[in-house]
Structures are given as structure tokens and as C-alpha cells.
Ligand binder design. Structure first.
Ligand code: HPA
Ligand code: ZN
Length: 345
């Protein structure tokens, strides 16, 4: 690694950053999958970690989701959910993340007989420990699986609501993930209206594999504040202008987009174009155990491929803080620290 590459990485590491698009089940590394499988007496269809890892050759979103849901099948106990989440926070600390907004997919677990309480308890114990021991704050985004029905989403919300008070410091938002094509935002209009009445913050995946019209519908029908991915917005000039005018945040995940073939290669990614057009974009890792890099790797590999400068990286990090659900005063405190990180240029 050259000196300048090293110093740009160290500069980026030092920037206070928020990670806003992270599926906690997507942080399960092969070694932890094997450890939990053994602990829970589950037989995996792979003889060892290397052969599991070798299967991470995705052709599209669905080919990834099939493995991702299978991997999550080793999570049974509160300790399992804690171990997965704590491992993420340690990596987040190493990358200079100061705040994380973490998606989780309860339906993946409750469908296997895991209690909603078990999921919440394990995630929350890790999040509270991360706050006190690592100084990293976090919120949870309970995400509905869009390949399932809206009725299933309502049942999931009903199962989770009794826990709201106990986890009010963490569970503040609702998301929508899984197979995008054929599952448009309109399918979830009623549940989003209900979650809005309940005063949850709202986000949704849109415009990853699905068309730009899904981004528009997520904003107009679901009334989300932030779009996860959204890179396909570029296909619709009027939508692009709307995103600029309203400073809508897009939580972009460059390495994910390459692994799932949304773009052919990182140097063809449109992040720099979106940034230069004045869109409120930030960088995130999505499912880092599957896509080959945590947050800092996403920043650095993208910087290399798109020739991002220190000023671009600072803007991306600032966008992540401003687009978070942290109170404005806390955002500003981190932004002040961010402005004081020295760069070489
Ligand atoms: N897209 C949709 N659903 C997901 C993803 C993603 O990138 N990761 C985990 N669930
Ligand atoms: Zn995602």
C-alpha cells in the first residue's frame, strides 16, 4: 500500500461516521455460523467454512437472499443474537463508526419458532454494551420482508409492539427489505400508514434491483424519510431533481451493488455521479460478511475506483451523520469533530 493510500484510509477511519444501512443478519461471518451451528446442534449443508464462503458467488439479489436466510438459521438463543451483534460493534469501532442504525428481520426468526423477545434481548444487550463500553450509539430498524404478505407484516408488528417500551431507547424505526422485484411499495401502504401513526421513523429499500418508480412510490405512498440503495433513481431525471430538492438521503452500498450485479464493476458505480449532482448520498456496508467488506473497506475501495478525494470522503461521512435519526445536537457534535479531522490536501 502506498503512503498516500495509507493516509487516506487513516483519514477516513478517523472521520466520525454513521452506518445507516446494515442488516445485522448480514454480519454473520462463516466462522460464527459454524460456531453457532455446533452450539445449537444444527447440521449445515457445507462441510467447512471455506466451502460455505466459496458459495458466496451471487448472480442477483435473490441468489444472495437464499444463502442469507439459510445462514440466519443458526441463530436460536439470546446469546447467539448477542454474539452476532457484539462482533459487528467491534468491527464498527475499528472502522471509526460512532453511530449505527441496524436493520433486523424478525420474520426470519419467528418463522423458525424463535421468540420475538429473544431477538430483541440479544440485539439490545449488545447495543447497550456498545454504548457503555465502546461509545457507539445505535438504533434498531425493524424490517418487514417484502416477499411475505402485508398481513404477515401486521402480525409481526403486533408481536413486537408489547416490547416497544422496554426497548424505546433503541427501536425507533421501520424498514422494508428482501426481494424487491414484483413486491412494490404499494403492497405495504397500510402497514406503513399504521407505523406512521405509531410515530416510528420510516425507511425502505427501493431502487436496488427494482425501478426508479419504486423509489418514488416509497416516498409518496409509504412516506419514508430515507431510501435504502436508491441507485436506480438515476433513470428518472424528474425523480433525481425531487431527491435533490428535498435532500432525500440515499443509503448507498457500493460493494453490495457489485456483488449483486447492480453494476458490473466498482468503477462503473454511480455514487460519484450522485454526489456531484448534489444528492444526499452516504456509504454503507449492507451485508458485509457476504459482500467482502465492512464500512471502511466500502469507503476505500469506492474511493480508489472512483478517484474520490478527501473532501468527498468528508462529505460522505457528514451526509451519514446528518441523515441519521440522532437528535440534531448530537449530529452537530459529531459534525464538529468531523470538521476537525486533518487531511493532507
Ligand atoms: N436488499 C434487500 N434485502 C436485503 C438486502 C438487500 O441488499 N440485504 C439483506 N436483505
Ligand atoms: Zn440492504
Amino acid at each position: 500500500m502506498s503512503d498516500s493510500a495509507f493516509s487516506l484510509r487513516e483519514f477516513t477511519r478517523q472521520l466520525p461516521k454513521a452506518e445507516l444501512h446494515l442488516h445485522i443478519e448480514g454480519t454473520l461471518e462463516p466462522d460464527l455460523i459454524f460456531k453457532l451451528a455446533q452450539r445449537n446442534h444444527i447440521t449445515l449443508p457445507y462441510p467447512d467454512q471455506a466451502s460455505l464462503h466459496a458459495a458466496y458467488q451471487f448472480t442477483d439479489l435473490q441468489s444472495f437472499l437464499d444463502l442469507y436466510y439459510a445462514g440466519a438459521g443458526v441463530l436460536i438463543t439470546e446469546q447467539d443474537f448477542f454474539d452476532m451483534t457484539w462482533a459487528y460493534f467491534l468491527r464498527a469501532q475499528a472502522d471509526g463508526i460512532v453511530h449505527a442504525e441496524i436493520m433486523f428481520d424478525p420474520q426470519t426468526h419467528t418463522a423458525r419458532g424463535v421468540a420475538m423477545e429473544t431477538v430483541f434481548a440479544g440485539l439490545a444487550r449488545a447495543a447497550r454494551q456498545a454504548k457503555s463500553e465502546l461509545g457507539i450509539s445505535s438504533y434498531f430498524i425493524l424490517s418487514f420482508l417484502r416477499h411475505l404478505s402485508e398481513a404477515d407484516a401486521f402480525a409481526t408488528l403486533e408481536a413486537a409492539l408489547p416490547l416497544r417500551e422496554q426497548y424505546a431507547d433503541l427501536w425507533i424505526a421501520i424498514g422494508l427489505d428482501s426481494s424487491e422485484k414484483g413486491n412494490p411499495p404499494a403492497k405495504f401502504e397500510k402497514i406503513y400508514a399504521r407505523c406512521r401513526e405509531l410515530e416510528f421513523r420510516l425507511v425502505a429499500h427501493a431502487g436496488e434491483e427494482g425501478p426508479a418508480s419504486y423509489v418514488r412510490d416509497a416516498l409518496q405512498l409509504l412516506k419514508v424519510e430515507r431510501i435504502d440503495h436508491g441507485v436506480r433513481s438515476q433513470d428518472d431525471p424528474a425523480l433525481m431533481q425531487y431527491l435533490i430538492d428535498h435532500a432525500i438521503s440515499l443509503t448507498v452500498c457500493p460493494l453490495s451493488n457489485i456483488k449483486l450485479k447492480v453494476f458490473d464493476s466498482l468503477d462503473e458505480h454511480n455514487l460519484k455521479h450522485l454526489l456531484d449532482r448534489g444528492l444526499n448520498v452516504c456509504v454503507n456496508s449492507d451485508d458485509p460478511a457476504y459482500f467482502g467488506g465492512y464500512l471502511l473497506d466500502n469507503y476505500m475501495q469506492t474511493a480508489q475506483a472512483l478517484n474520490l478525494q478527501a473532501s468527498d470522503l468528508r462529505t460522505l461521512a457528514a451526509n451519514s451523520l446528518r441523515s441519521s435519526f440522532l437528535p440534531k445536537a448530537q449530529q452537530q457534535a459529531w459534525l464538529n469533530k468531523l470538521e476537525n479531522v486533518p487531511s493532507n490536501d
